[in-house]
Design a protein around this ligand. Structure first.
Ligand code: FEO
Length: 168
């Protein structure tokens, strides 16, 4: 069964959202590299690559279901930030926005009784819980640091330990 026109359109939009997230994280990585926070930069590079892989998962799924991929344009991301914590707050907002879009897709798939798409989307629903949690945890730690440079450098080293996510 080919995918519906409505889901095809929504998945194409999602491909754009995931690539936008990838670009935004790359831009955040560049900000950290300019400011000599190598651990935070690595975190954002990993995140950028994960988002690219998310986009490719949607792309491949669309192709596998007989859909037409129309890759949307991507707006330029923010490139400058007030502080370390502002970057992570922007990241959390972005993840929440991605979650809202995934839920929107899930709802369309459910309403159409497209159970293959419902099943495909479950990985993303779980992934968003993890992504929001890891960013929220970092924001909590950054709040405790209260902008103290020694504490920020410790957190930067902690961020350096981050491993790539397990891909399903
Ligand atoms: Fe692909 Fe972080 O959502």
């Amino acid at each position: 069964m080919d995918i519906s026109t409505e889901l095809e359109k929504a998945i194409n939009e999602q491909i754009g959202i995931e690539f936008s997230a990838s670009y935004a994280y790359l831009s955040m990585a560049a900000y950290f590299e300019r400011n000599a926070f190598d651990g935070f930069a690595k975190w954002m590079h990993l995140q950028s690559e994960e988002e690219r892989l998310h986009a490719m998962k949607f792309y491949q799924y669309l192709i596998d279901r007989g859909g037409v991929a129309r890759i949307p344009s991507i707006p330029a991301p923010d490139w400058d930030f007030e502080s370390v914590i502002k970057v992570f707050e922007a990241s959390l907002e972005q993840e929440r926005d991605v979650t809202r879009h995934i839920y929107g897709l899930y709802k369309i798939a459910q309403d159409e009784s497209d159970f293959a798409t419902v099943s495909f989307l479950k990985w993303f629903v779980d992934e968003q819980v993890e992504e929001e949690k890891s960013v929220s945890d970092m924001i909590d730690k950054l709040k405790m640091a209260q902008g103290n440079l020694d504490s920020l450098l410790l957190l930067d080293r902690y961020a350096m330990e981050r491993k790539p996510e397990r891909q399903a």
